[in-house]
Design a protein around this ligand. Structure first.
Ligand code: PLP
Length: 406
């Protein structure tokens, strides 16, 4: 029997992935996604029933491990099928609605995104605009809280775009709490790379993605709500405008082994393995590894003669921003393109800022990846006619790593 079709769209001929992908995978040292461990890759290749006992057990363990990573005893841990931004939107669209007073501390590109999400659900959003390469002072936050009486305060722990670390986070959360506001923290690039104590710091919602600090795949994210935040979610009068991101519906799957939508089973299995590796390492050792590696990388780059973008006191360790020398007339894209093409290492530019960024999240923070990346980066700058002292950089990297070894 022949079945015909109109062939208005003829069957296309495309290249196979083997033809498109490089023979050897590029080393992913940008601002995410990051390299994944073999156990994560293996789990990501499996498909199982999204309902039933096996999945229920996996989900239970994911929540248990996530509570450790978030440092919360709250029951209300949920996964999200979607990028870190979907988890941000789940937080905002469930906690805020028309007229909700939201104060968004804006350090850059990602913290601005949370404010935008608030505006889109009709919230009354006030921006506390912070200068580039700086953090909001406690006085500024206190004043903004007094002026706007927010019901919700949003803040990013690490602003990946300009590589600023909001080191006042704990004190800002305390100020918000004292004023009766819920605190929503974007920890997409920082979770499991540096301390974040959700319960002890009084945070009401923490958001993370898969492809950064956790070293899992992109597309499956995690969120934790405090009891107070969950009460607000369950007590809202109108249903959340986003059906897929409705936390009350997501509870069906994440807490009652029921159906909301078909969960991204492979990605949940991958996340399970990523979290298991975090638990095997322990948070203390993982934080120490990230700090040691990032500081060593920073030392190497400085010793090569290049400038780091963020000042030391608010410099993010999870993602390191490096100034493109003004005299060079190079663009960030020139550098990223060259290091990828000739050295098989991927790094990032940053949304119009005159910097390139090297990540130190999860598997990126390993000595062998640092040596390869610093070498590739130094060679790239030389090949693009920027004078750098590569041997001095590599020596500084080795010295800093050696000093950190027990
Ligand atoms: C990467 C990132 C996001 C966005 O995550 P996506 O997975 O790209 O949606 C949000 N906030 C911060 C701080 C990030 O680093």
């Amino acid at each position: 029997m022949t079945i015909t079709t109109s062939n208005v769209v003829p069957c296309p001929e495309v290249e196979s992935l083997d033809a498109i992908l490089p023979e050897e995978p590029l080393l992913m040292m940008g601002a995410g996604p990051v390299p994944i461990p073999a156990a994560v890759a293996k789990a990501n290749a499996i498909v199982i029933n999204h309902l039933g006992n096996t999945m229920a057990k996996v989900v239970g363990q994911v929540k248990t491990m996530a509570r450790y990573v978030f440092q919360t005893n709250s029951k209300w841990v949920l996964g999200v099928a979607g990028p870190g931004s979907a988890a941000m939107e789940m937080a905002i669209s469930n906690l805020a609605w028309r007229g909700t007073r939201v104060l968004s501390i804006k350090n850059g590109f990602f913290s601005a995104r949370m404010a935008e999400m608030g505006r889109r659900v009709g919230a009354d959003v006030t921006l506390l605009e912070v200068e580039d390469r700086a953090v909001a002072t406690l006085e500024q936050v206190e004043e903004a809280i007094r002026r706007t009486r927010p019901e919700i305060v949003t803040i990013v722990q690490g602003e990946t775009s300009n590589t600023v670390w909001n080191y006042h986070l704990q004190d800002i959360a305390a100020l918000a709490k004292k004023a009766g506001a819920l605190v929503v923290v974007d920890a997409v690039c920082t979770l499991s790379t540096m301390p974040l104590d959700m319960d002890a710091w009084g945070i009401d919602a923490v958001i993370t993605g898969g492809q950064k600090g956790l070293s899992s795949i992109p597309g499956v994210s995690l969120i934790a709500f405090s009891d107070a935040a969950w009460e607000r979610v369950k007590g809202r009068k109108d249903a959340s405008p986003h059906w897929c991101l409705d936390a009350a519906l997501a509870e069906n799957f994440w807490h009652n082994a029921g159906y909301h939508y078909t969960a991204p089973v492979s990605g949940v299995l991958a996340l399970h393995e990523a979290l298991r590796l975090v638990c095997a390492e322990t948070l203390e050792k993982r934080f120490a590894r990230h700090l040691r590696c990032s500081l060593a990388l920073q030392a190497g780059i400085s010793a090569m003669g290049l400038q780091l973008y963020a000042p030391a006191e608010c410099r993010l360790n999870s993602v390191v921003g490096i100034e493109v020398p003004v005299k060079s007339s190079l663009t960030p894209a020139d550098i990223c393109g060259h290091i990828s093409r000739y050295h098989q290492v991927e790094i990032s530019g940053s949304f119009g800022l005159p910097i390139v960024r090297i990540g130190q999240m999860g598997e990126q923070a390993r000595a062998h990846n640092l040596f390869r990346t610093l070498h590739a980066f130094g060679r790239t700058m030389s090949e693009l006619d920027v004078r750098v002292d590569l041997p001095a950089g590599v020596a500084a990297l080795e010295r800093a790593l050696a000093a950190g070894r027990e």
